[in-house]
Every structure is written in C-alpha cells, then in structure tokens.
Design a protein around this ligand. Structure first.
Ligand code: AMP
Ligand code: TRP
Length: 344
C-alpha cells in the first residue's frame, strides 16, 4: 500500500526500536536487535530505545514483580550489549504517557480490517480471539505511536516485526492524507545482517523465542558457558558435512541457522564462514560455534548480573531516559492535537 513512498528528507534521521520485557533475553534478541542497536548508535542517527512494558501486558497476565524484574533485566541487557545512555535515549514506555495518548488517535485512524490481517494477532489470539484482550488487537497502533511520537524515520527490527512497521507506514499515510498534512514520516523498517531470523536449535522452521516451552531450543543471554556449550552440542542438525557455498544450505534449515549465528557473532558473512568451515562435520563445527558464543556472550551476561545487583542505578537511567524522551514526544503530540482540532 505504501510501497515506493520515500522517507521525507525534512525529518531528522532518528532510530526508534522497542523490546518487550517478557521472559529472558535470547540470542535471537541479541543478534536480531541489541547488537544491531549498539552498532547504529555510533552511526549518523539519533537513537531512542524503549522497553515496551505496555505491550508486555497485552498477551497474557504478567505477575507485577516479574514484569518489574524483566524491565530492569532488559535495561541491563541493553546497557551490557553496548547501548550507552550518554549516546542513546533508553527508557520504559509507561513513563512517557505520550505513547498511549498518540495511540488513542491512531486507534481512530487504523481500520479493523488492517488489524485483523496482522499475522502476530492471528498467531497470538489463535482460535480463541473472543477471549484475547482488546490491547492485543490494538497492539500495532500502540507500536505505531511508539515510533511516530518521535517522528522516527528508521526502525531496526527482526523479520517478524516487518508487517507492524508497514502498518505504521499505513497509519502515517492515512493520517497525513485525512488531515491534509505532511506531518508524520513514513518510517523504514531496517532488517539487516546474517541473523534477522535466528531459528530454534530444536527446529529450523521455528523462530528462536523466549516463549518456546523447550529451554533447549534457545540460548538465553543469562546462560552460563557450560549451558551454552551443551545446547549447541545438542542442537538438531543433519548428517552431512558443511558446504563451501551458501547455495548448499538452501534445503538445510538447521545447518543454515548455525552458520548464520556463527557469521553474525563473528561479524563476517555467511560466505566467509563457509570458506573457512566448508567440508567440516558438525562434530567439529559445533565446538567452534560454542567457543565463539561463550566468548561473545559471557562478558554481556557478567555485566548484566552486575547491574542487576544495583537496581537503583538502572531505575535512575530509565528515569533520565524518560525525561529526554518526553522532551521530544510532548511537542509532537501537541502538534498532533492541534492538527486534529483538540483545543488546548
Ligand atoms: P521480542 O522478544 O519478540 O519482543 O523481540 C524483540 C526484538 O528482538 C525484535 O526486534 C525482534 O524482531 C527481535 N527478535 C526476537 N526473536 C528473534 C529471533 N529469533 N531472531 C531475530 N530477531 C529476533
Ligand atoms: N512489537 C515489537 C516486538 O514484539 C516491540 C515493539 C513495540 C517495537 N514497539 C515498537 C519495535 C516500536 C520497534 C518499534 O518485538
């Protein structure tokens, strides 16, 4: 619907992305999100990162103590992965009321039919849609507000969130069209790198997910070295040796996944990895991958554990980030209200 629309050049290059504080962070979150966020922070963008606690309560009831802990743990994960509060704005969504305020306007812009087409809604509500929360249905309008309340132009996400960013573009386009303005940017999803879709270690057709019932399906960022090595050793593979070219991975989802993970962790391309390991058996490749994963992840998990012992430090960072976020969001919300005709 919005294919071909260019980001209006009048907008500052600004990145926004969010992660839900539900469950523990996985290697998928790290490679698909956190690692890329810390890279973009050093490029020519303003960067805003948000722990979306309001999204976290849409799907299932969250125990309050668990939600609060997951919020702090995710903040620790951001910081330990290299997000520097001096360079990026880092905060949790509920501290900046402008998200929910703009989301209400967007609830009145988005159409029921658009929401019903969202694959995440269909997956999460399943056959029991009548019993799903209204918040789960409206989730993508809140996500659009997260992005557009900052006039963000670029949204780094994993493959699974592309449809929601496209819906954000549709909402911006319809708002601009209905009110005859060129106010909201048409934000670009940024889906890059070897690991935009890290798959389950048990099933190469399923995404690695913090909600998978099997802990062996994922590497958690808090796993210790032995656990990481054991999970990689037991990862499902096929009996063949690794190919020397990426074409040879086409019908081999599990093999492809492990090579993608290796490439992403070592900041090289899949072709470069295969040039190095082509012809090797998994019995040889898996220990190499385990060693690399432990080397990259253990400094992060150590720093996360240290931060988690100082929750006050984390809370202070989030409060300061929320103040900075509000300073950007409040004027944009006020201008939106003016456009809509809400008197102040
Ligand atoms: P979630 O854990 O679903 O809240 O996702 C947070 C961020 O991590 C989003 O940008 C996702 O697209 C990304 N992400 C989650 N799981 C994966 C995965 N298995 N592979 C790549 N990216 C992922
Ligand atoms: N829906 C995203 C996810 O589950 C999280 C999210 C909420 C988000 N708001 C966002 C991502 C805004 C990018 C931009 O992964």
């Amino acid at each position: 619907m919005t294919e071909g629309v260019q980001t209006p050049s009048a907008f500052t290059k600004r990145v926004f992305s969010g992660i839900q504080p539900t469950g523990h962070l996985t290697l998928g979150n790290y490679l698909g999100a956190l690692k890329r966020f810390s890279e973009v922070q050093d490029q020519d963008y303003e960067t805003i990162f948000c722990i979306v606690d309001q999204h976290a309560i849409t799907a299932t009831f969250q125990d309050p103590a668990v939600l609060a802990r997951a919020t702090r743990e995710l903040a620790a994960g951001f910081i330990a992965s290299g997000i520097d509060p001096a360079k990026s704005v880092l905060f949790n969504q509920s501290q900046v009321a402008e998200h929910a305020q703009l989301a209400w306007i967007f609830n009145c812009v988005a159409r029921m039919g658009w929401m019903q087409r969202m694959t995440q809604w269909k997956d999460k509500a399943g056959k029991n849609a009548q019993n799903a929360s209204l918040g789960l249905f409206a989730y993508p309008a809140l996500m659009a507000a997260d992005i557009l309340v900052y006039h963000a132009t670029h949204v780094p996400v994993g493959e699974d969130q592309k449809q929601h960013v496209e819906l954000t573009r549709d909402i911006a386009t319809k708002f601009n069209h209905d009110y005859g303005v060129d106010f909201f940017p048409i934000a670009e999803p940024v889906i890059e790198g070897a690991a935009t879709r890290v798959m389950s270690l048990r099933d190469g057709s399923k995404k690695m997910s913090k909600s998978d019932p099997s802990d062996m399906s994922r590497i958690n960022m808090t796993d210790d070295a032995d656990t990481i090595a054991a999970k990689i050793r037991k990862a499902r593979t096929d009996p063949d040796a690794l190919p020397s070219e990426s074409k040879g991975l086409e019908e081999r989802a599990e093999a492809r996944n492990l090579v993608n993970i290796y490439a992403a962790l070592s900041d090289t391309s899949v072709d470069d990895v295969l040039a190095q390991v082509g012809g090797k058996q998994f019995s040889e490749f898996k220990p190499m991958l385990a060693e690399l994963a432990v080397a990259k992840l253990s400094p992060i998990s150590t720093e996360m554990a240290r931060l988690m012992e100082h929750p006050d430090e984390i809370d202070a960072i989030l409060r300061k980030g929320a103040d900075q976020a509000r300073a950007v969001a409040a004027p944009i919300l006020q201008r939106t209200y003016d456009i809509v005709g809400m008197v102040r």
